[in-house]
Structure formats: C-alpha cells, structure tokens
Design a protein around this ligand. Sequence first.
Ligand SMILES: Nc1ncnc2c1ncn2[C@@H]1O[C@H](COP(=O)(O)OP(=O)(O)OP(=O)(O)O)[C@@H](O)[C@H]1O
Ligand SMILES: [Mg+2]
Length: 345
Amino acid sequence: MIAIHNNLSDVLFHYRWVAYCEENKIPYKLVDCYANNIIEQLEGCSALMWHYHQASSKDIVMAKPLLFALEQSGMPVFPDFNTGWHFDDKVGQKYLLEGLKTALVPTWVFYEKKTAIDWIEQTSFPKVFKLRGGAGSQNVQLAKTKNAAIKIVNKAFGNGFPAYDAWGSLKERFRKWKLGKTTFFDVVKGCIRLVHKPHYTKVMGREINYVYFQEFIPNNDSDIRIIVVDGKAFGIKRMNRENDFRASGGGTILYDKEHINEKCVKASFEYSKKLKAQCIAYDFVLDSEQNPLLIEISYGFANGGYDACTGYWDEQLNWYPGTFNPYGWMVELILKPKGKSNNED
Ligand SMILES: Nc1ncnc2c1ncn2[C@@H]1O[C@H](COP(=O)(O)OP(=O)(O)OP(=O)(O)O)[C@@H](O)[C@H]1O
Ligand SMILES: [Mg+2]
C-alpha cells in the first residue's frame, strides 16, 4: 500500500496520484506528514509519496528531513534524496551540475564580499543575478553593469534579500492583469502582500551571505523545459515576457513538438541517468550554435501547465503522440522494486 500525503490541492501532485490509484485499483492510504506520529501512520505502507512545495512554510521546515529519514530507514519515497536534495537550491545545483559535467550555464557563487568584488572587477556584463530559491522568475534579475553588480553584492553581504520580492510580485500581477491573464483580485492581493508578507518568507529568513551570478545567454526569446520521469520525457517552450529576458512564470507556453529542440530532450535523458533521479524538470536556453545550456533543475512543477503537452519521448527519442499521465508514471515508479527508476539500470 502506498502512502500519499493528504493535501489534495489542485496545484500539487497528490490528487492526481490518488486518481491514478483509484483508476488502477492500486491500494493507497492518505497520511499526514506533519503529524507527530507519521512513522506510526506509515506502518504497513510500502512507500510514501509527497509533493512538498517551496512556498509552504511547513514543508520548508521539515519535508526534506522526513523524506531523507524514511529513505535511510529503508522506505521508498517520492521524491528520493537524489531527486529532491537540490530542490529550490540553485547554489547546491551549481556544484552538482558542475560535478556531473553537464552543460550548465557558467555560474559563480561567492561567500565573501571581497572575492565577489574582485571577480566583478575583471568580468564582463550583463550577468544574471539570482537568489538560490524561488520560482516563476521571481528572484531572477539582470545585473546590467558593474555598478549594478556591486550594489547587489553590498546588499547580499549587508542586510540580504527577502526570499519573496513583494514589489516585483505586484508588478508581475499588474502586468498579467493588463494582459487579461489574471484577475483584479490577484492585483489587490499583491498590494496586501506589500505589507503582509507570505508566512514562508518569515520562515526562510533573509537570503544573505552569498551571491549567485550566471552568465547571461543572449538572443533567447524563450526557455525550454523538459521533464524526465522514469525513462520518458515531455516538454514545453515558455516564451519570454515582452521586453524581458525571463520566460518562466510569464504565462505564454507552446506545446507543439516542433517548438522543442530535441537536443534538449537528449541532454535531459543523459542528465537523468547521471543524477539517478526519479523525476526532474530541466530548464534550458540555447547558445549561439543552438546547443542547450542548462539553467536549473527542479523535481516539482505546476502540474496544470503540462496537461496540454501533445506527446512524449522515450529514451531512443521515439515520439508517442497523444495524452499521457506522468503522475501515473510516478506511482508505477515507486511500485517497482525498491522504487528505483529506469535511470538506474
Ligand atoms: N543565464 C541565463 N541566461 C539567459 N536567460 C536566463 C538565464 N537564467 C535564467 N534565464 C531566464 O530567466 C527565467 C527564470 O530563470 P530560472 O529558471 O533560473 O528561475 P526560476 O524562478 O527558478 O524559474 P522556475 O519557475 O523555472 O523554477 C528563465 O525561464 C529564462 O528565460
Ligand atoms: Mg526555471
């Protein structure tokens, strides 16, 4: 029997796992991962599946420790350590993706102001400045000049940055409202957020004592996201916001196969083998020769954004047109002996 965390919100994977189990008569049990007796609740279960979220104030505190503890105790979990430890942590990903010799966009992280300033003195601009966490381009900015980068470094080693950019978020809500992509109520919520910050930012504290820059890869009007689950891949192309280098969260997505550079699919399969991961979304931009460069990785994604995908690839890059259910693939994966994925053979 599979244990599934009991939050059936439509932005998380759980309700889709439950639906798949119902349809296929796979025994499952809803459990409360926050309960003090969670280990007791898991008695008699063969695995735990939990889509924890980067903006949940409780998940931030304890999701990884619980999942790692269970895995070390011998219980298959989704996401497992290889899949999840680097989630919402671009700093960790830099070392991992360099160590595995992936084609990561050149990335720099500094923990001392002097080292950062010395680097700024001899590098070129623009560069992309990011916080280690956040989604939807929220914490991603262009440092256009040396002076802009120095300002960022002073702040990073001064008061630091909030994990939630309230002003940036309000501007983004307003932009989406003007385009008819969100409600006026959402804009009002953004105004309230200027004063009442989301609880998770208090939990996370300020982003401080490190600074992260990436080479700016020019001439991309979009990024490409490929998701690999258990030897199968699907993808989307996300178009940049108008007059902006950032795609993620912008709301314009292309789904047809012809929009997706297959070199990205090939690289994603290769990286999933190296990562030995159950499920990873890879974000790519293309260099001047149209070769994929990796920006970041993530085990979790907003499920609704992929329902319109028009098919998927297998590892030989055969294309299977039509609808498919990646949440079912996740359940099947965890049911395999020891919950190991195709990426481990
Ligand atoms: N080094 C880069 N060069 C050019 N464009 C970039 C670079 N890094 C990021 N971008 C653009 O900025 C967007 C956001 O970057 P990134 O994916 O790192 O942020 P995120 O907020 O974690 O996104 P996600 O919602 O995908 O988790 C990307 O979708 C891409 O369009
Ligand atoms: Mg991204």
